[in-house]
Design a protein around this ligand. Structure first.
Ligand code: PEP
Ligand code: MG
Length: 393
């Protein structure tokens, strides 16, 4: 067993010495961040903040979003601020000296709202008994009805929520900035970055970025510590990929959200891959493999290449990564190398595999980039690697 560990360590060291792609991890707790670091992650490419709004904080979140009574929202945001600050402080500490890309809240709304059916039943039951329903239930039901969406995954998510709920972006950015200030004062080296989810148009990014910069400046002034967080965007809608040039003018970095980009390019739900037709499509050869696991190079990959090319043309120093599940898929890692990305980000446990594949990609495709030759070689290499990678998991 000792021999095996030594062999794996050697293989990883070799891969690290040749790979051009950086490997980061997706992590949203200090424990996961520390684990990712032990696996060799060079940063956090995606810190999702959704889970930080569940559990005991749910009620605050309901109040923040639904704002049934005056003052509700402000109070909820005030209560959330120190909690969020602690969340970020722990992660920045675990990743001291390495980049941590914190993504602004991106929930499908229905996961955060009280259940409409449950509320209706409670109200109806009280009425049937001839009692007065709880005032709070009535207010919540009215608010939930107002916000109801038939299709929440295509609704008030990501940047749309940030623009719709006054104070939400400011609260999250203030929490990031406060955590940065605290780390700096403790002698640390925090490298927080702020990422805006589900952007489809540059104007959405511009609006949020103005808010981010306003809050960073405010915290800088209050604390006397300069807080410099690059602001970047997810590219996870076809429209974002197709308008990557103008978006890059406002973004320090792009990170491809290939889960959503696959969902929106194909127009089928990432949450229903068990559905009737989906496995059948693999059996019948419509998919070579599930496009949610191995990147669909012909379609989704084409959007990635367009966005890389147009993004870099607009901003040559644009940092580009991927943080969808594909970031840890061997065949997809080869594609991202050939497409000229700077990093892949995957779950902590997949970091070693991503490091190895990034090394193999550098050896088999050269240094990467966007040459026509590179593309041809990539297509051949991808087929061979796709089989091996799939079998290996
Ligand atoms: C993505 O869409 O690929 C992504 C990384 O974001 P999430 O999975 O959180 O939607
Ligand atoms: Mg997404």
């Amino acid at each position: 067993e000792g021999g095996l560990v030594a062999a794996v360590t050697r293989a990883l060291e070799q891969a690290d010495s040749v790979r051009r792609l950086e490997v980061r991890a997706n992590a949203d707790t200090p424990e996961d961040a520390a684990r990712a670091r032990r696996f060799g992650a060079q940063g956090i490419g995606l810190c999702r903040t959704e889970h930080m709004f569940l559990g005991e904080r749910r009620q605050l979140v309901e109040r923040m979003i639904l704002a049934c009574t005056p003052g509700d929202r402000e109070q909820a945001l005030d209560a959330l601020l120190p909690l969020q600050t602690d969340d970020f402080a722990g992660i920045l500490e675990a990743m001291d000296g390495l980049p941590v890309t914190i993504r602004l809240l991106d929930p499908p709304l229905h996961e955060f709202l009280p259940d409409r059916v449950e509320l209706s039943v409670r109200v109806a039951t009280a009425e049937a008994r001839g009692e007065r329903p709880e005032q709070r239930d009535l207010e919540l039901l009215a608010a939930v009805d107002r916000m109801h969406e038939e299709n929440p995954m295509m609704g008030l998510r990501g940047v749309r929520l940030g623009l719709a709920v006054p104070g939400l972006v400011a609260m999250q950015v203030r929490a990031v900035a406060s955590a940065v200030v605290a780390r700096v004062r403790a002698g640390g080296d925090p490298r927080a970055e702020i990422m805006v989810p589900l952007v489809g148009d540059v104007e959405e990014l511009r609006l949020v970025k103005a808010e981010v910069e306003r809050v960073l400046a405010e915290v800088g002034e209050e604390s006397g510590v300069t807080v410099d967080c690059p602001v970047g965007t997810m590219i996870e809608l076809p429209r974002a990929a197709l308008t990557a040039g103008p978006i890059a003018e406002e973004a320090a970095f792009f990170s491809f959200g290939t889960n959503d980009l696959t969902q929106t390019t194909w127009g089928f739900s990432r949450d229903d891959v068990e559905a009737e037709f989906f496995p059948g499509y693999i059996d019948r050869g419509v998919f070579a493999a599930s496009p949610f696991e191995t990147l669909d190079e012909e379609g989704v990959g084409r959007l990635v290449r367009i966005a890389v090319e147009e993004g870099r043309r607009a901003r040559p120093d644009l940092q580009i990564g991927v943080c969808g599940e594909h970031g840890g898929d061997p065949a997809s890692v080869h594609f991202f190398h050939a497409a000229g990305l700077d990093y892949v980000s995957c779950s902590p446990f997949r970091v070693p595999v991503a490091r190895l594949e990034a090394g193999r990609a550098a050896l088999s495709h050269g240094h990467g980039g966007h040459g026509g030759d590179g593309d041809g070689k990539d297509a051949d290499g991808r087929d061979a690697d796709g089989g091996g990678g799939g079998g290996g998991r």
